[in-house]
Design a protein around this ligand. Structure first.
Ligand SMILES: NC(=O)c1ccc[n+]([C@@H]2O[C@H](COP(=O)([O-])OP(=O)(O)OC[C@H]3O[C@@H](n4cnc5c(N)ncnc54)[C@H](OP(=O)(O)O)[C@@H]3O)[C@@H](O)[C@H]2O)c1
Length: 165
């Protein structure tokens, strides 16, 4: 069913979603399109069939552009983010191998934040992990965790949650 025009709060605004073909990002792209935003989705390979669902989303033909970008290629991110009002940064390697994980996660996030600051983007939303905030034995399990909370590194090391640090 076509979106209700009165709910098109994003009309006239452009949002970049990194790793657009991923699980969380695909939902974000769908919801942004439904709200009338124009979307720039970054993917490493626009021709990869695993990204083909994106152009089938409602509104995609008119308002979705797929940009080829890698988290370690600053210029590709800069190009995708330039002119955007907002960025959802969801692209991240999901692996237990620290060597494959750390550089794209850390340098890639810095690259996205720098490109967003340079482009004067109004808001950046970064998907983190429950693992980054929840694991602190000194905090009561009743506390609602948010971005002000941080997992206890020593506790994680001792419990082998992050064996590579
Ligand atoms: N799924 C959950 O329930 C959940 C819960 C909490 C937090 N999160 C966090 O949310 C984020 C996204 O999770 P997800 O489940 O949606 O993951 P996903 O489906 O694996 O999507 C991750 C995306 O990141 C892209 N990517 C990986 N390495 C890249 C690189 N070097 N350059 C550019 N793109 C790269 C992948 O693109 P390619 O297709 O090119 O490989 C993929 O599309 C992650 O940070 C995850 O920790 C997820």
């Amino acid at each position: 069913m076509p979106a209700d025009r009165s709910s098109l709060s994003g009309q006239g605004q452009t949002v970049c979603v990194t790793g657009a073909g991923g699980f969380i990002a695909s939902w974000i792209v769908k919801l942004l399109l439904e709200k009338g935003y124009s979307v720039r989705g970054t993917v490493r390979n626009p021709a990869d069939p695993k990204n083909s669902h994106l152009m089938e989303l409602e509104g995609a033909q008119e308002r979705l552009t797929l940009c080829k970008a890698d988290l370690l290629d600053y210029e590709s991110l800069q190009e995708a983010i330039q002119g955007c009002d907002g960025v959802f940064h969801t692209a991240s390697p999901l692996t237990d191998d620290p060597h494959q994980m750390m550089e794209p996660a850390v340098t890639g996030t810095k690259n996205v934040m720098t490109a967003a600051a340079e482009a004067k983007v109004r808001r950046v939303v970064l998907t983190s992990s429950i693992g980054a905030v929840y694991m602190d034995p000194k905090r009561s399990p009743d506390v609602i965790v948010d971005e002000s909370c941080c997992s206890d590194l020593e506790y994680c090391n001792n419990r082998r949650f992050v064996t590579w640090v």
